[in-house]
Design a protein around this ligand. Sequence first.
Ligand SMILES: Nc1ccn([C@@H]2O[C@H](COP(=O)(O)OP(=O)(O)OP(=O)(O)O)[C@@H](O)[C@H]2O)c(=O)n1
Ligand SMILES: C[C@](O)(CO)[C@H](O)COP(=O)(O)O
Length: 248
Amino acid sequence: MTETPAVPRKEASARVAVIMVAAGQGTRLGYGIPKAEAPIAEHSMLETALLSADSFLRRDDVQLVAVLPPERGEFQQLIENFAREHGHHLAVTHGGATRTESVLNGLVLAPDAEFVLVHDAARPLASAVLFERVLTSLEAGSEATIPGIKVADTIKRISTTAEVAETVNRDELRAIQTPQGFQRVALQEAYVATQSWTDAEREAATDEAMLFEMQGRPVQVIEGEQRALKVTTAHDLQVVRFLASEEQ
Ligand SMILES: Nc1ccn([C@@H]2O[C@H](COP(=O)(O)OP(=O)(O)OP(=O)(O)O)[C@@H](O)[C@H]2O)c(=O)n1
Ligand SMILES: C[C@](O)(CO)[C@H](O)COP(=O)(O)O
């Protein structure tokens, strides 16, 4: 294992910060290395996510904050070189034990941003167009905007003994994706409010939008993308590799 450079590397000062969370272990994928390093064609998952959002990340008013797994010095070097070659304005920090901690570590590097877009490296095919749509919604005045897609299957709520309790109205459901966009000040306020929460409440918040919901603040849902699916299991990785190969 190579030595990992000290963090934080530098503060972001652009109007828009993209916090790319890539510090998860990927236990459910079971690849043996952090999920963001798993290969998709000739790139790692994180590089693929950066390439998919490339034209957005090249904007002069956008700063990229990559939240990387600690003690993965070679991977960090790879990402720093990649960002330099592609004209992405990169700051690097390391992740914590939970996704929430990782996002907070990233937020520390974006103290002056007006807007923050939090994105999962585990959604490596989310397009630059999707990032633009989320930002446009924030610029129009939304405090919090998240992409979501309609649910294709019939959804049933079940009992503890796996008996059907009810069929849920699909029209009211959306499968939520990232990038999730926020006015930076509002996101920081939402995080401050979680300091009085129990650990269980904090763990129940699987995305940033939940912090807003639990505080009764509005969250706007816009149309997501099928291609922005999340790699959680080995099957998801196969699907993403197939989609990526179709595009080459
Ligand atoms: N402590 C953590 C946990 C997650 N993430 C990131 O949050 C995104 C969504 O998390 P998930 O897919 O659940 O990743 P893992 O935590 O790696 O997955 P698992 O629960 O299977 O270990 C991923 O891009 C992941 O790298 C992170 O930066 N820091
Ligand atoms: C943030 C997220 O991608 C929205 O769908 C999702 O909640 C993260 O998934 P996790 O498995 O709970 O980390």
